[in-house]
Design a binder for this molecule. Structure first.
Ligand code: GLU
Length: 330
């Protein structure tokens, strides 16, 4: 049997990072930037790289999306080690974590909708995160259970800060009780939430280092809190990278259909061209030229990561029309 990473002490685990895209559509150039830079750093430093499909969001996950992601990564020349984990294949590990939390009476069933929570706390209606305060926990002790009925199950999140030691950003503190309050771990659709799944999987895939976009920086504190609550050994090392923006300064997103990787491939753009552009954005080469992914690890050392973060904290990286023209130039 394969050794189970979660039974190895954190400090004894081989350094391992993960590629964890959600199959909610074609990868875009912003995703590729985070994936390429993380992969290149890991390869340079001799770490393991594992792949995980975060496909638990039924509404947003595309049929065939996981295959498309693997095809995109292969086309780009970004590889991974060992078996691929597809979250929706087996919900048992997440259920087991819920059961453990329920035994300690740390999760409860709650029917309150976002609207009801907002109304109860007097918060304005809107799209942002809804903080679930301890005052809305059920009074009925029987609600502190996990039996996978069609309600949401939440974790009791007590006040207190989590110190995130980000290798690129330094130390950052967040209090998950203020950021989200009692967070949903299991949804009324009978599926684990992103926060639960990511914590269970980072552990069972033996992850030691998380390299990803900084839109998830405050999530790191929630994940660290949950990891500790589950008694998982060791704090992860975090490397949060700045995001790529479009010409209007908005984060690149799937709405920018033209920036989709398979769409570019189908338009005749070469993988080396895409890698060259992303490497130039990241300051790994002085200007864009065709570059195979296999050449990037030699360029992506830790000082290069710090330079990237420094520069983009002043001037965010933008995908411009000029970049698009260069990509498509024959
Ligand atoms: N699946 C998430 C995404 O594509 C990334 C989650 C993570 O890195 O923790 O945005």
């Amino acid at each position: 049997m394969e050794p189970n990473p979660s039974e190895t002490r954190f400090e004894d685990r081989p350094r391992t990072t993960r590629l964890a895209p959600s199959p909610t559509g074609d990868l875009h150039l912003g995703n590729v930037r985070s994936l390429l830079v993380g992969w290149a750093l890991a390869r340079r430093l001799g770490w393991q790289v594992v792949l995980r499909h975060e496909d638990l969001d039924e509404e947003r996950s595309d049929e065939g999306g996981c295959d498309a992601i693997e095809a995109s990564l292969e086309w780009l020349g970004i590889d991974w080690d060992g078996p691929v984990l597809r979250q929706s294949n087996d919900l048992e590990p997440y259920r087991a974590a819920m059961t453990r939390l329920a035994e300690e009476r740390l999760v409860f069933a709650s029917n309150l909708s976002r609207r009801e929570i907002r109304e109860a706390v007097g918060a304005p209606q809107g799209k942002g995160t809804v903080v679930f305060p301890a005052s809305l926990r059920p009074n009925d002790p029987n609600a502190f259970r996990f039996d996978d009925q069609d309600v949401n199950y939440r974790l009791t999140v007590e006040p207190g800060t989590e110190l995130i030691r980000d290798e690129l950003r330094g130390e950052r503190e967040f209090d998950p009780s203020e950021e989200v309050g009692d967070m949903i771990l299991w949804t009324k659709n009978g599926r684990p939430s992103y926060q639960l799944a990511v914590v269970v999987d980072d552990d069972r895939q033996g992850v030691t280092d998380v390299i990803r976009g900084d839109d998830l920086l405050s999530s790191a504190a929630r994940q660290q809190r949950l990891r500790r609550t589950l008694g998982i050994d060791g704090d992860l090392r975090w490397w949060h990278l700045p995001m790529v923006h479009d010409e209007h300064g908005r984060r690149l997103a799937k709405r920018d259909g033209d920036a989709g990787i398979l769409a570019l491939r189908d338009a005749g753009v070469s993988a080396d061209r895409v890698i060259g552009l992303v490497a130039a954005w990241s300051g790994l080469i002085p200007e864009p030229y065709d570059l195979p992914a296999s050449a990037v690890p030699d360029l992506a050392d830790e000082p290069a990561m710090h330079r990237l973060v420094d520069r983009e904290s002043r001037t965010p990286c933008r995908f411009t029309q000029e970049d698009d023209r260069w990509l498509r130039k024959k």
